[in-house]
Design a protein around this ligand. Sequence first.
Ligand code: TXA
Ligand code: MG
Length: 323
Amino acid sequence: MTEILPASDTTIAQAAAFLRAGELVAFGTETVYGLGADATNTKAVARVFEAKGRPHFNPLICHYPSAEAAFADVEAPEIARILAQAFWPGPLTLVLPRRITCNVALLAGAGLDTLAVRVPNHPHARALLAAASRPIAAPSANRSGQVSPTTAAHVLADLDGRIAAILDSGPCTVGVESTVLDLSGATPFLLRPGGVTLEAIEARIGPVQRGIPLAAAQASRTLRSPGLLLSHYAPDLPVRLNATSVEPTEALIAFGPPPPGTQTCFQLSATQDLIEAASRLFEALRAFDHTPSITRIAVMPIPTTGLGLAINDRLARAAAPRG
Ligand code: TXA
Ligand code: MG
């Protein structure tokens, strides 16, 4: 059962305790309700994708109580600091390179080298983030394909029984999602219009690019829109899917008992648990990048039920021919 917690000091502490224990808690922000999980707990992040029923792993926004906390996890150039100063707390999300010391789960960023960070402008959300004292990954708290929820009742309608609690802080005031701005490339790039207008952003930092054609993106390999490109976020090595045996110079990504003769192996889940497998997938794909004797990654078959759909989507991208 999903508990509804009307926001108060006591329930905020309770919600923070749920998050710290790896449970999912929906909470109100000024834009829409978010489906929160401890971003440093890879299994909790996997459960977010399961609860949403997403057929693929979108990178999630990490929420922080302050710009200082956010910029401890990502590298922030001067324009990021200018925008943070002007619009945080508020409905602006900045995509920036992860710091080496960032301990947000790879799955939260869908395996990317960048991370989307935001400081929401809502007193309960900020109190919750401060009490949780860790980054909270939170997509909008709706089932995949449904519209973003702006009340606790919307969240309950979509996610009842799938999450531990909803921190009810009343209706959201902005009602549309945050503006997502990618500052990881040479020029600022608008990924999603939202609560902070483009005009307001350009008034602070000058021209912002948007809508580069796919061909140009592919040519420059500036993989701006996760999910758009088939071979997006591929590992260094070629990938062979549905492997039931392993060749001598292959490393195996296993799901359950590996075939006889397997030498180099990363186990996604010995018990064939899809949540555990999802939580370890991006580590698995990076695990053999620096093993010179390995020339290819073989991946055992993974069922396409539940989170398996998203896992297989991601693996298909990793195995797609490289452009
Ligand atoms: O207002 C909001 O932003 C709400 C509240 C809960 O904060 N959150 C939200 O999250 O709308 P979600 O997951 O529904 O949308 C996140 C967007 C997606 O379009 C995703 O592709 C993009 O942010 N995104 C996240 N991380 C990214 C990254 N590293 N690079 C590029 N885009 C990223
Ligand atoms: Mg959404």
